[in-house]
Write a protein that binds this ligand. Structure first.
Ligand code: ATP
Ligand code: ATP
Ligand code: MG
Ligand code: MG
Length: 879
C-alpha cells in the first residue's frame, strides 16, 4: 500500500462545500487491493487494541461502534486509513470528523479525503495512519511507542500553529459575525473582510492603530512626560544613564522605597520593585542596565496592580493582576505548592494558555528571601508566599475581573489618556490601593500605557466575570451596518469563462470604481494587468480579495483550481455556470461529464443565501444544479420556449433570454429588451450564437448584482471580441479579399460553437486546426470529425509543445477523424505541422470572400502574422 499523491484542499471543493479543509490522497492499495479487512489476519483485533476510541466512529451504520462493525465485516483498508487519520487528530486535541473514500477508475487505487484543522497536522496524521494500517496489515500490531510519538508530534504541530490568545479571540469573534478572514502569509498579519472593506490585525494592533501613538506608548519616559503635562497622575521619578547619578535621583524622590526598571523594557524584565536599601539598589541597577542603557528610578507605590483596557476610547474591561503566589496549607513546601499550582490545566508555556507556568529561578529565590522564605519553607494555612514582584501574566500572575468596580472618575481618566496617547486599543496599567476610589484618593498612578495589550486576562480571568473584549474591537473595525465583503461574481463552465468574465467585468465598470478580475490571461485590477498567466485558481482569487482598492471581484474559476485546492472563498454573491462539456476528462480522477458537472457545481453550491446562481437553462446538467443552490436561481437561455425557463418565469423568477433578435431580461411580467444582437459587437452581428449565450449570462449576472438595463446596454455597445478586449476569442480580421477568424476553441464543444458561426458565413471556409497533445486519442479524432462538418478545406497543424505526443501523432488522429466524416463532409485536407507555416500558407491561398479560421496554439504569434498583412480597421459602430 502506498500514497501516490497528497493534496491540501482549503476551500469549498468536490468533496464538501462546508467541511472544506481536507487532505486528499491517492492511495494505491497494491497487495491489499483485493483483501478487505475481515480477510487480513489479526487486523481487527490489532486495530481495536491500538485505537480503542474508534468505537466512537459512527460511519454508515450511524451508531456508536458502527465503523468498527464495518471493519469486522470487511471494508477496504483505504476506508480504515481515513478513520484512523481522523482519530489520530482527535486524540491530539483537534476536533475533526469528516472523511470520504472512493475507488478511482484504476482498480485498487482510491481517493481518500480527510478533514483537518491544521494543514501540517492533517498531512502528518495521514502519513501516520498509513504507517499504522500498513503495520497492522503486515504484523497485526503497531508499536505503542510509535503511536505515542505520533500523538506527541501531532500535539506539537497543533501548538506551533495555534494563534496567539488575543488573535484567536479576535478571529473567533469575526467568524461569529460571518466576517471572512485570512492569514497574510509570512507577514504575521490577518486580514478581516475583503477588498476595499478589509481591515488588518496583528494581535491587538489594528488598521486603526496609529504609529505615533504606538511609538509614544512604547517610550515610557515620553509617555510619562506627556501625561504629567496633561495633569494625569504618574509615578515620580527620572531617567539616569550612569551609576553616579543614582544617589541624587533617590534623594530627589525623598528616599526609599523605590523601583528600578529599564527604559526600554517589557514583560516585567529587568524590573526590581520595593527597593529598601543601598545594596538592593546596586543589584537592581545592574539588572536594569543589562537590558537598556537608560534606567528609570521611580518612587515605589504601594497598592494593587490593575490593567484597564480601553477600546475605541471606551473602557471595556478592568482586571486586577496578582503576582504569582502560592497559598499555604500547613504541610507542603513552597516548591511543592508551585508544582501543584502548575498542574492546573489552565496553565501552559508562554502566552497561549489562559495562565502561564510559574518558573522557580533566581528571581523567585530573591523574592522569597525578602519575605524570609525559601522554596523549602512550609507556609501556614492561608499564608501567602509571593514568587514574583510584578504581576505580569507571563511570569505566572493571575487576573481578577474588576470591570464593575472601577470608579467612574478613573474610567473618565483612562478614556482621556487613551486619546492623549492616541491609541485605538490601549492597556493602561494603574497601581492603586483601591480601584473603587478616584486615583487621587487612593495614592494611585498610571505606571504605563501599553499598545497591543494582551486580551487573555479579560477573556479568561482566573476569577470574576469573563469579558468578551474582542466584540468591541471588531465592532470598532466594522461598525454595525458597514460592509465587510466586496461582492464576488464567480464564473465557471467548460467554455466561455474568460470571455464572460471579461464581459461581466466590463459591465461592472459602469457602476464600480475598481473591478478586480481573474482570467486565463491574467489578473486585472481596474483596467490594469497586474499578473500575466493562467490565473484561474484560488491564489489568484485571493490576490483580488486582498487588494484594498478592489470594490467587486469577478473571478474566472476553472476546474483545475477547484480540484487542486478548492475555492478561495466560502460564499459568492453571483455564481455563473455556463455549460458542462467533455474536456480534460481523465485528469484529476474526473472521468465522466457528470463528475465534471459536480466539480463546476461547487460554484452553484457556494452561492450566498441572498445571492444568485446564474445557470444555463439549455444545458440539462447545469440547469439541474438549481436543486443544490442555497441562494436564488436565475436562468439564461437561447430559446424562449425552453421548458425550464418557462416554468421558472411562471414562478416569478428572473431570466435572460434571446428572443426575436434581442437580448432580453424577463422578471415576472416585466420584459426589458437590452439590445438587438446587431448592436452587440461581441456576437459578431448575431452570427456567433455561443457569444450571444455568453452575453446573456454576463448581462444576467450584472443585472442580479444590481446593474441597470441601461448600464448593461451601454457596456455591451463598447465591448468587442477584439484582439484587445478578448484576445484569441472570436477575433475577426478583414484582410480585404477575405476574412480571418482567430479563436481559441480547444475542445469539441468549442469547435461546435465556432462551427455555428462558420455555418452562418456565406463564402467558402478554410480551417487551420490542431488540438492539445494531452487530450485522449478519441478527443483528437472527434475534433477532426467535427471540423469536417463545417469547413470546405482543412489544414492540420500541431501545437509547439506536443505535451507527450511524438510530432505528427496528433495530426494523424485529427486526419483520421476528418476521413471518418464520410459523405457528409466533402472537406479536402492537408497536413502542415508547423503552426506558423500552416497559417501563412492558408493566408496566401485563401479564395476571395472566404473565411479562414485559425484555432491557434500561440495566439499572439497568430495575431502578429495576420496584422503583418494590414487588416482593414472597421469604423467604430455608431451608438
Ligand atoms: P509589561 O510589559 O508587563 O507592561 P513592563 O516591563 O512594561 O511590563 P512596567 O509596566 O513599567 O514594566 O512595570 C511592571 C510592573 O511592575 C507593574 O505592572 C507594577 O506591578 C510594577 N511597578 C512598576 N513601576 C512601579 C512603581 N513605580 N511602583 C510600584 N510598582 C511598580
Ligand atoms: P479556458 O478553459 O481555456 O480558460 P474559457 O472557458 O475561459 O476557456 P474562453 O477563453 O472564453 O473560454 O473561450 C474559449 C473558446 O471557447 C472560445 O474561443 C470559443 O471557441 C469557445 N466558447 C466560448 N464561449 C462558448 C460557449 N458559451 N459555448 C461553447 N463554446 C464557447
Ligand atoms: Mg506594564
Ligand atoms: Mg479561460
Amino acid at each position: 500500500m502506498k500514497i501516490l499523491q497528497t493534496q491540501t484542499l482549503r476551500g469549498p471543493n468536490y468533496w464538501s462545500i462546508r467541511r472544506a479543509k481536507l487532505i486528499l490522497i491517492r492511495l494505491d492499495l497494491e497487495d491489499l487491493a483485493n483483501r478487505p479487512s475481515d480477510t487480513i489476519p489479526g487486523f481487527y483485533n490489532g486495530l481495536i487494541s491500538v485505537l480503542p476510541s474508534l468505537e466512537e466512529h459512527h460511519c454508515s451504520p450511524g451508531c456508536r461502534g458502527g465503523f468498527l462493525s464495518r471493519v469486522q465485516e470487511g471494508t477496504m483498508v483505504g476506508h480504515i486509513l481515513e478513520h484512523v487519520a481522523l482519530e489520530l487528530q482527535v486524540l491530539a486535541g483537534m476536533e475533526v470528523g469528516f472523511g470520504r473514500t472512493r475507488e478511482t477508475v484504476t482498480p485498487g487505487v482510491y481517493q481518500v479525503a480527510i478533514e483537518y484543522q491544521n494543514e501540517a497536522a492533517g498531512r502528518y496524521a495521514t502519513r501516520a495512519a498509513h504507517r499504522l494500517c500498513k503495520s497492522l496489515a503486515e504484523t497485526g500490531t503497531y508499536p505503542e511507542a510509535e503511536l505515542q510519538t505520533d500523538l506527541e508530534d501531532l500535539v506539537e504541530l497543533r501548538t506551533e500553529a495555534a494563534l496567539g490568545a488575543s488573535t484567536e479571540a479576535l478571529i473567533r469573534e469575526a467568524e461569529a459575525l460571518n466576517i471572512p478572514w485570512m492569514e497574510l502569509e509570512n507577514c504575521d498579519l490577518h486580514q478581516l473582510g475583503y477588498g476595499k472593506y478589509q481591515k488588518r490585525l496583528q494581535a491587538a494592533l489594528t488598521s486603526h492603530s496609529n504609529v505615533l501613538g504606538v511609538e509614544l506608548a512604547c517610550d515610557k519616559e515620553r509617555t510619562k512626560e506627556i501625561l504629567t503635562r496633561m495633569g494625569a497622575p504618574v509615578p515620580l521619578g527620572k531617567v539616569i544613564y550612569a551609576f553616579s547619578e543614582l544617589d541624587n535621583a533617590i534623594e530627589d524622590l525623598g528616599g526609599y522605597p523605590i523601583v528600578i526598571k529599564p527604559l526600554d523594557g517589557n514583560h516585567g524584565r529587568g524590573i526590581t520593585i520595593d527597593i529598601q536599601s543601598k545594596e538592593q539598589v546596586e543589584i537592581a541597577y545592574d539588572r536594569a542596565k543589562d537590558i537598556s542603557t537608560g534606567v528609570i528610578v521611580e518612587h515605589f507605590y504601594q497598592g494593587r496592580d490593575h490593567r484597564i483596557l480601553v477600546v475605541n476610547h471606551k473602557v471595556v474591561a478592568v482586571a486586577e493582576r496578582v503576582p504569582a503566589h502560592v497559598v499555604g496549607n500547613g504541610k507542603d513546601t513552597i516548591a511543592a505548592l508551585v508544582e501543584q499550582e502548575n498542574r492546573d490545566h489552565r496553565r501552559g508555556a508562554g502566552h497561549d494558555n489562559i495562565l502561564t507556568h510559574i518558573q522557580l529561578d533566581d528571581a523567585t529565590d530573591a523574592m522569597l528571601s525578602r519575605q524570609g522564605f525559601t522554596v523549602d519553607t512550609v507556609l501556614q494555612p492561608n499564608q501567602i508566599g509571593y514568587l514574583r514582584a510584578t504581576a505580569n501574566l507571563s511570569t505566572g500572575g493571575i487576573a481578577i475581573d474588576r470591570t464593575d468596580e472601577i470608579h467612574p472618575e478613573t474610567v473618565w481618566l483612562a478614556e482621556r489618556v487613551s486619546r492623549i496617547i492616541d491609541l485605538d486599543i490601549a492597556g493602561i496599567d494603574v497601581i492603586t490601593t483601591d480601584i473603587t476610589q478616584p486615583l487621587s484618593q487612593a495614592d494611585g498612578v498610571i505606571v504605563e500605557v501599553n499598545a497591543a495589550p494582551g486580551l487573555r486576562m479579560h477573556i479568561a480571568p482566573s476569577e470574576g466575570r469573563a469579558r468578551n473584549v474582542a466584540a468591541p474591537i471588531i465592532k470598532m473595525l466594522f461598525p454595525p451596518g458597514t460592509p465587510t465583503r466586496v461582492p464576488i461574481v464567480a464564473v465557471t463552465g467548460t467554455n466561455g469563462k474568460t470571455t464572460t468574465t471579461r464581459l461581466i467585468a466590463h459591465i461592472c465598470r459602469q457602476v464600480y470604481d475598481a473591478v478586480g478580475f481573474t482570467t486565463t490571461d491574467g489578473i486585472y485590477i481596474g483596467d490594469r494587468l497586474v499578473e500575466k498567466g493562467d490565473t484561474t485558481g484560488p491564489l489568484s482569487a485571493q490576490m483580488v480579495l486582498q487588494d484594498p482598492t478592489v470594490d467587486i471581484a469577478v473571478l474566472e474559476t476553472a476546474r483545475g483550481g477547484i480540484l487542486r485546492s478548492g475555492l478561495a472563498f466560502s460564499q459568492c454573491d453571483v455564481g455563473v455556470v455556463l455549460n458542462v462539456a467533455a474536456d480534460h476528462l481523465g485528469l484529476g480522477d474526473i472521468n465522466t461529464v457528470d463528475q465534471l458537472a459536480r466539480v463546476k457545481g461547487v460554484i452553484a453550491e457556494t452561492v450566498h443565501p441572498d445571492g444568485y446562481a446564474v445557470l444555463n437553462a439549455d444545458d440539462p446538467r447545469v440547469a439541474a444544479m438549481a436543486a443544490q443552490v442555497p441562494g436564488k436561481v436565475a436562468y439564461f437561455s437561447m430559446d424562449p420556449e425552453n421548458e425550464v425557463l418557462r416554468s421558472h418565469l411562471k414562478q416569478g423568477g428572473i431570466a435572460a433570454v434571446y428572443d426575436q433578435g434581442y437580448l432580453t431580461i424577463v422578471q415576472q411580467d416585466q420584459v426589458h429588451r437590452i439590445e438587438h444582437v446587431k448592436q452587440v459587437p461581441v456576437t459578431l452581428g448575431g452570427m456567433a450564437p455561443f457569444m450571444i449565450a455568453n452575453a446573456l449570462a454576463a448581462s444576467l449576472a450584472a443585472y442580479v448584482q444590481g446593474v441597470t438595463v441601461k448600464q448593461i446596454q451601454a457596456a455591451l455597445h463598447s465591448f468587442k471580441a477584439s484582439e484587445q478586449q478578448t484576445p484569441g476569442r472570436m477575433n475577426l480580421f478583414n484582410l480585404g479579399q477575405f476574412h480571418v477568424l482567430v479563436d481559441y476553441a480547444h475542445n469539441p464543444a468549442g469547435y461546435k460553437a465556432v462551427g455555428g458561426f462558420v455555418k452562418n458565413w456565406t463564402g467558402p471556409a478554410i480551417g487551420v486546426v490542431g488540438g492539445p497533445g494531452d487530450r485522449r486519442d478519441q478527443d483528437l479524432i472527434d475534433l477532426g470529425k467535427l471540423s469536417a462538418t463545417f469547413f470546405d478545406q482543412i489544414i492540420v497543424k500541431e501545437d509547439d509543445d506536443g505535451r507527450g505526443r511524438a510530432p505528427g501523432n496528433a495530426a494523424e488522429l485529427i486526419v483520421q477523424g476528418i476521413c471518418q466524416g464520410g459523405a457528409e463532409s466533402a472537406a479536402s485536407h492537408s497536413v502542415r505541422l508547423d503552426e506558423a507555416e500552416a497559417i501563412i500558407w492558408a493566408l496566401d491561398n485563401a479564395p476571395k470572400e472566404s473565411l479562414v479560421v485559425v484555432f491557434p496554439d500561440n495566439v499572439s504569434r497568430t495575431i502578429s502574422l495576420i496584422k503583418a498583412r494590414n487588416p482593414i480597421v472597421e469604423k467604430p459602430e455608431e451608438a
